[in-house]
Design a protein around this ligand. Structure first.
Ligand code: GDP
Ligand code: MG
Length: 440
């Protein structure tokens, strides 16, 4: 498997003092073979190897890592990048406007199952979904959807198998509007292979009604084929996102790696079983770890990363204790928080702090970090290290320098003081580290 191959490659790299260009190249040759064997698209592999090689040769090896581990870190980072880095949600219309989602894909990929799974997720979010039975070809397709809908407690709209799918879709949307549903999911028919009739039928639906999200369902077990299917559907029908099913089986990672790179569209969810609860949000970093499958090495890397952060955190903790926490430190800690995966994550890491931290959440809102930076950069170095110096006339000067109203400067400095006080009350809190986010 890819995992075993990569493990062999990196086993050879481990223990070396320094990584030479030829070390990197040899390793990359093996990685390339392994990825191709795992059914990753050839073009994607080429691009991937190039990116890793460019970063690996001449890269600074992080403290606490040996050069081999550094290469693994780079491979891991690039795998994550390849899969789109971030988790993407299905875009829904606001309020009670009806969002129309059309499920497309080959026969047997898992459309009907996934339709019901997604309905369950939407219901959890407080949405009111309606499922529309637009597969009029496959025997028992309608009954299958009805059974699934029943299990999820979600209504299924059907008109039997004598109507055209496009007419069923139209009627379903009308029914949704009249009965206060705010999402309609169209379960369409697939074929065994890419086929003009199927594409035409889907295009007809898209021409006749406003489809907000077209979601392609592909079977991870089909490997490279899943990627070709994504490409075709994207070209002919247009897709907004992908659900990769049957990842619970003995599948290779190839499809997950290539879909985003080839179609430009993100994987939204992964199917992890036949049960209707077996649908998981897609996390590129988790998928990368799964592909690399190198638990021991990955945790080493995380440790090295966190020890670097911990050095800084310790320094900062000392400053809190001595009440020396200044605006430069504030900037530094903001940037660290950004690296650690965002404010939400950081807040949840501090035991017992979530309530209190909400009071100062405004002080660490990423969105207006830029304005805070502007304020801090308008301070003199003395003011930054000694916030108590800042009096009203200094505030006026700072506001002018930052191009912001004085009221904002006042608010920020007040928040800063609050944060400073709060942090002093909680000894050791900066030492806690997130282990969820591997990347810098
Ligand atoms: P459709 O033809 O695209 O509508 O596919 P179905 O929803 O009928 O699914 C085909 C088969 O795949 C069914 O037996 C499902 O139970 C199964 N299936 C769907 N998703 C998953 C999954 O994530 N994991 C597993 N193991 N089976 C799945
Ligand atoms: Mg079906």
């Amino acid at each position: 498997s890819l995992t075993d191959k990569l493990q062999n490659v990196f086993r050879n790299l481990r223990g070396k003092g320094r990584l030479t260009e030829s070390d990197v190249k040899t390793a990359m040759k093996e990685v390339k073979m392994a990825l191709l064997e795992a059914d990753v698209n050839f073009k994607v592999v080429k691009q991937f190897i190039k990116a890793v090689q460019e970063r690996a040769i001449g890269a600074d090896v992080m403290n606490g890592l040996n050069p081999g581990q550094m290469v693994i870190k780079i491979v891991n980072d690039e795998l994550i990048k390849l899969m789109g880095s971030e988790t993407t949600e299905i875009a829904l219309r606001p309020g009670n406007e009806v969002t129309v989602i059309m499920m497309v894909g080959l026969q047997g990929a898992g459309k009907t199952t996934t339709t019901a799974k997604i309905a369950g997720k939407l219901k959890e979010k407080g949405r009111k979904p309606l499922l529309a039975a637009c597969d009029v070809y496959r025997p028992a397709a309608i009954t299958q959807l009805q059974l699934n809908g029943e299990k999820q407690g979600v209504e299924v709209f059907s008109m039997g198998d004598k109507q055209k799918p496009v007419d069923i879709a139209k009627a379903a949307i009308e029914h949704a509007k009249k009965n206060n549903f705010n999402v309609v999911i169209l379960d369409t028919a697939g074929r065994l292979h890419i086929d003009e009739d199927m594409m035409q039928e889907l295009t007809d639906i898209k021409d006749a009604i406003q489809v907000d999200q077209t979601i392609l369902v592909v079977d991870a077990m089909t490997g490279q084929d899943a990627v070709n299917v994504s490409e075709s559907f994207h070209e002919k029908v247009g897709i907004d996102g992908v659900v990769l099913t049957k990842l619970d089986g003995d599948t290779r990672g190839g499809a997950a790696l290539s879909i985003k790179a080839i179609s430009g569209k993100p994987i939204l969810y992964v199917g992890m079983g036949e049960k209707l609860s077996d649908l998981e949000q897609f996390y590129p970093d988790r998928m990368a770890s799964r592909i690399l499958g190198m638990g021991d090495v990955m945790s080493l890397i995380e440790k090295a990363e966190s020890s670097i952060d911990q050095e800084k955190a310790k320094e900062m903790e000392q400053k809190f204790k001595k009440a020396q926490f200044g605006f430069d430190d504030y900037l530094e800690s903001m940037n660290q928080m950004k690296k650690m995966g965002g404010i939400g994550n950081v807040l949840s890491m501090f035991p017992g702090m979530s309530g209190k931290m909400q009071d100062i959440e405004g002080a660490i809102d990423e969105k207006d970090l830029a304005r805070k930076e502007a304020i801090i950069y308008s301070m003199t170095p003395k003011e930054r290290t000694n916030p108590d110096l800042i009096n009203p006339s200094r505030k006026a000067r700072i506001a002018k320098g930052a191009g912001l109203p004085i009221i904002e400067v006042n608010r920020f400095i007040k928040q800063f003081d609050q944060a400073r006080k709060m942090m002093k009350q909680v000894p050791g809190m900066m030492g806690k580290k997130s282990r969820k986010h591997g990347g810098f």
